[in-house]
Ligand binder design. Structure first.
Ligand SMILES: NC(=O)c1ccc[n+]([C@@H]2O[C@H](COP(=O)([O-])OP(=O)(O)OC[C@H]3O[C@@H](n4cnc5c(N)ncnc54)[C@H](O)[C@@H]3O)[C@@H](O)[C@H]2O)c1
Ligand SMILES: O=P(O)(O)OC[C@@H](O)[C@@H](O)[C@H](O)[C@H](O)CO
Length: 458
């Protein structure tokens, strides 16, 4: 089996770095790095863009990629078979704790763009969307940033330390492009970053306002965590002992709105769409795809399922998802035919038996995800006097997941486990109040969730 290096793969030299990425994980490799790779290869006469990527919390993901000169394979799986693609756009992969290299990359005037996949929880927002300055991790970073120390640990802290270095180097403006499943993610990260900057230094906050463009995006490509078995498949298909492959589906979408003051890779060559407003795409994706994912992630295990494909094949789960989609569709400002086609495609994508997307992975961080994926539809339905079955199942499933307690991974996990313990009548209002205090005042909703929770527990 051959070792994967640029020389062995005939991949040419690494491209000059134009993009910095924070949150080196599976999705970045299946999506933003792939778009950049495709944009580079679509126009061999254009100047290729390289990416230097930093891990978020642990160094692990960077090491095998560094050993492979940034190269890795995508294993693109559809119902009928596998194909592999070697991705060549990664010019460097480093531990996010490497402050010197991180600041150096962000202070490079040749860098025009910063992309982010730091998870919903990584933005460290308070309930009002401002940065949660009381969070001890962020509070610690603030002290270090005020002292000019870049050895910070949070994603907003690291991005801001790099921007302070860019300001000091007079390296010019750039675009920040969040690629996490958030509502209006450009404005979200702008609020967090400027809020943290204001708490550090007014001059830095003014520089951020004047020099950083926050681009909003809708991103889509179902990308489960890679397993050792996936590595074996890649090895047999490619002949390389790739230690950092990623499995993904053929479908991919990237919709962006915002300015790129220092330029950007020609992602449109790979199919990215640049629009004035991402909202219609965002609501369609977050409500229909991610909302159904979360519903299945919590309610699916109560029926013995472990993956999305297993759950969507179960007529009961499929019925819940259809009910959810009917409710969401009532509030989408889109053509009925578009919605019907999107739903049909989603059923195909969810049912892809060759993508083993673990419900437990999707279930992580429910306190951060449900307000984005489920509550917007639920609250609109309640305002219309409707009790939507899909929304009730999603909430009751989340409660069942918390009461089971064995798989809870959530930044508010400890608090939620405590609140979820006790008689159902007490638990339902106090847990739902964590998502939105108004839910605990909605007697009809509480009764519906209580009843469904009892049914799921059976
Ligand atoms: N996987 C998908 O199908 C998919 C699709 C669309 C969008 N996304 C977005 O991408 C994000 C990452 O997904 P992934 O599949 O790459 O996951 P992953 O676990 O492979 O990688 C996550 C990355 O985020 C970092 N991270 C995790 N928690 C963090 C925190 N609190 N602060 C800073 N960094 C943190 C990790 O260190 C890692 O670098 C998702 O949370 C989602 O918002 C994922
Ligand atoms: O990646 P997360 O953790 O935000 O959510 C899990 C899935 O719902 C999500 O990753 C979808 O697979 C993805 O959004 C599809 O594009």
């Amino acid at each position: 089996m051959r070792r994967l290096t640029r020389a062995e793969a005939g991949a040419g030299d690494a491209s000059p770095v134009r993009v910095v990425h924070l949150g080196l994980g599976a999705f970045f490799r299946a999506h933003q790095a792939w778009y950049t790779h495709r944009a580079n290869t679509a126009d061999p006469t254009g100047e290729p863009a390289g990416i230097v990527a930093f891990t978020g919390r642990r160094p692990d993901a960077a090491r095998p990629l560094a050993d492979q000169d940034g190269l890795y394979h995508l294993l693109v799986r559809d119902r009928d078979g596998d194909r592999t693609e070697l991705v060549t756009s990664l010019s460097g992969a480093y531990d996010g704790a490497d402050a010197k290299r991180r600041d150096g990359a962000l202070a490079d005037p040749a860098v025009s763009t910063v992309t982010l996949t730091i998870t919903e929880a990584g933005y460290l927002r308070a309930a009002d969307g401002a940065p949660d300055l009381a969070d001890p991790r962020l509070a610690g970073d603030l002290e270090r940033l005020r002292a000019g120390d870049s050895a910070v640990s949070t994603a907003p802290g690291r991005l801001l330390a790099g921007l302070a270095a860019r300001r000091a180097a007079d390296a010019g403006p750039l675009a920040v492009v969040p690629c996490d499943n958030l509502v209006d993610n450009g404005a979200t990260v702008a609020r967090v970053l400027t809020g943290v900057a204001e708490a550090v230094d007014d001059g830095l906050a003014a520089w951020v306002r004047a020099n950083v463009s926050f681009v909003s995006t809708t991103v889509d490509r179902i990308t489960p965590a890679t397993t050792p078995g996936d590595r074996e498949v890649i090895a047999s298909l490619s002949g390389f002992a790739d230690q950092a492959p990623v499995v993904t589906e053929p479908f991919t979408e990237w919709v962006l709105a915002g300015d790129f003051p220092a330029g950007r890779p020609a992602w449109e060559h790979a199919g990215a769409r640049f629009v004035d407003d991402v909202r219609p795409f965002e609501q369609r994706k977050l409500w229909l795809l991610n909302g159904a994912h979360s519903l299945l992630a919590y309610a699916g295990p109560t029926r013995g399922h472990e993956t999305v494909a297993e759950a969507i094949a179960d007529p009961v789960c499929r019925g819940w998802v259809d009910a959810w989609w009917d409710a969401a569709a009532r509030h989408l400002a889109l053509d009925a035919a578009d919605i019907a086609k999107y739903r049909d495609d989603l059923v195909e994508r969810f049912a892809n038996p060759r993508i083993r997307h673990a419900l437990a992975q999707i279930a992580m961080d429910g306190s951060q995800k449900l307000p984005i994926r489920v509550l917007p539809v639920l609250t609109r339905e309640r305002a219309d006097g409707v009790l939507p079955e899909g929304g009730v199942v999603a909430l009751a499933g989340w409660l069942a997941h918390l009461r089971d307690g064995t798989r809870v991974r959530d930044p508010r996990g400890e608090e939620l486990l405590g609140l979820a313990d006790g008689p159902v009548d007490d638990v339902v209002p106090r847990v739902l109040a964590v998502l939105d205090p108004a839910l605990a005042d909605d007697a009809e909703l509480l009764a519906g969730v209580r009843e469904k929770l009892t049914e799921l527990a059976r």
